[in-house]
Design a protein around this ligand. Structure first.
Ligand code: SF4
Ligand code: SF4
Length: 431
């Protein structure tokens, strides 16, 4: 048994892995490459060889670990409770040299993740310079983007940036609508705030409609997931500690972002201290929390299918609650084949490993098209960006957050926009 102090799972995968390969077909990086070094089993064996000093640190080893999407599908598939995804994630930190480039990158990425205002400023500037000036339109219509593949890819993944972040419309305390049942904390993730504010506001409104005062502390910072992905475990720990302090007053913390929820439920393991265990036990995914209370929502017209984010289905083990909600409110609910298989988003994996990401996305899109569902519902910003990036001009389906469709069912409003658009609904600021 070993614990590297960074939350490495406390079992010995090095001897527990039976090499049965039950994890292999679940793994998107193996499916795309058919390489053992891109499979969960291969990664476990590489880590084992490295720890036993049979394998030196090398570019190949680093690539094997950094091509893991952290989708955790292998963890669901493994009969021996081994966590190849998490092991790869934690081992990355050890392998990266702590030189000047890494320190610079840490400073540059930590700043906006620790200060929401800085991220909002950067995204707002991008909206003005790239969208409003017409630069985006010109790059697209001139055909120039086709000769700049990286920029073309970035452009394809960048949604229409909303005019205002969620924080501009969201009071720190939103009162319960009607009879008050209690108080919950709401965790507003970075991407939800700046890219999908309307879905975030929908989540808060649903919680309020269900009778909860909703507290979104101003002191929250990024959940730490991006830093974990980059191997910056100390930064992720710092973010975890700040978020834990921000929610001292509440006993339940709800998040509508699957990646944030998985990360915060993992603080117990990351920090390995009583306060973190207590904090993680308070975290609830949006569907997990609201599902027992949905009883008088309207039936929505149209057909709906559920794409399960990896960090909900595999990292949190939450599979049925969102589907039960949809079955209750959807005019027609259609099963999506391989609903819990990774779409290939994985943070900025679509940029760093485009071939594997595209392979996963193509597989997902094939099944989405087969369902003929009009609306694909999910609950993770990375998945929404990935599905929108893959959507072609002939695809007629929309992508919506669960919070948005549920709010419509509860309020009787019309579903008529993509997730990136804004409404003028404002929440009451009673501060
Ligand atoms: S990680 Fe688990 S599923 Fe994969 S080969 Fe090892 S024991 Fe089998
Ligand atoms: S977390 Fe996903 S990508 Fe990584 S080894 Fe497991 S199945 Fe493969």
């Amino acid at each position: 048994m070993k614990d590297n102090g960074a939350g490495e799972p406390k079992f010995d995968p090095l001897s527990a892995c039976s090499r049965c390969a039950a994890c292999q077909s679940a793994c998107p990086s193996w499916s795309a490459t058919q390489l053992e070094t891109r499979s969960p089993r291969g990664r476990v064996q590489l880590i084992r060889a490295f720890n036993d000093r049979r394998l030196a640190d090398s570019k190949e080893l680093s690539e094997a670990l950094f091509t893991c999407l952290d989708c955790r599908a292998c963890e669901t598939a493994c009969p021996n409770d081994i966590h190849p995804g998490q092991l790869s994630l934690h081992k990355r930190a050890e392998l990266m040299p702590d030189g000047l480039p890494r320190r610079l990158r840490r400073i540059l990425t930590n700043a906006p993740l620790l200060h929401a205002g800085m991220m909002e400023f950067g995204i707002g500037a991008m909206r003005i310079l790239y969208q409003q000036t017409g630069l985006r339109h010109w790059l697209r219509s001139s055909g120039l983007l086709h000769s700049l593949p990286k920029l073309e890819r970035l452009d394809r993944y960048l949604p229409e940036i909303p005019r205002k972040p969620a924080r501009a419309s969201l009071a720190e305390l939103v009162p319960a609508a009607g009879v008050k049942k209690g108080v919950v904390g709401y965790f507003l993730g970075c991407a939800m705030n700046v890219l999908f504010p309307e879905a975030a506001l929908s989540a808060v409104r649903v919680l309020s409609l269900l009778g909860y005062d909703v507290l979104t502390p101003r002191g929250i910072v990024c959940c730490g997931a991006p830093q974990m992905t980059m191997g910056e475990i100390d930064s992720a720990k710092e973010m975890a500690r700040r978020n834990m302090r921000a929610y001292d007053e509440v006993e339940i913390i709800v998040t509508d972002c699957a990646a944030c929820g998985a990360e915060m439920k993992g603080y117990a393991n990351l920090l390995n201290e009583d306060q973190a265990v207590h904090f993680s036990a308070k975290v609830r995914d949006f569907a997990e929390f609201v599902e027992p209370f949905i009883d008088n929502a309207e039936i929505l017209p149209g057909s709906y299918a559920w794409h399960a984010p990896c960090h909900l289905a595999h990292a949190q083990g939450i599979c049925d609650p969102p589907k039960r909600i949809l079955k209750q409110i959807a005019g027609e609910f259609l099963e999506l084949t391989e609903e819990d298989r990774c779409c290939g988003s994985a943070g900025i994996y679509w940029l760093t490993n485009p071939q594997i990401a595209d392979n996963a996305l193509d597989r997902k899109l094939r099944f989405i098209r087969e369902t003929s569902a009009e609306t694909i519902v999910t609950s993770n910003p990375g998945c929404v960006l990935q599905l929108l990036a893959g959507k072609s001009d002939t695809d007629e389906w929309k992508v919506k957050y669960l919070s948005e469709v549920l709010e419509v069912a509860m309020q009787g409003r019309k579903v008529n926009s993509e997730s990136t658009q804004e409404s003028d609904l404002m929440l009451t600021n009673n501060k």
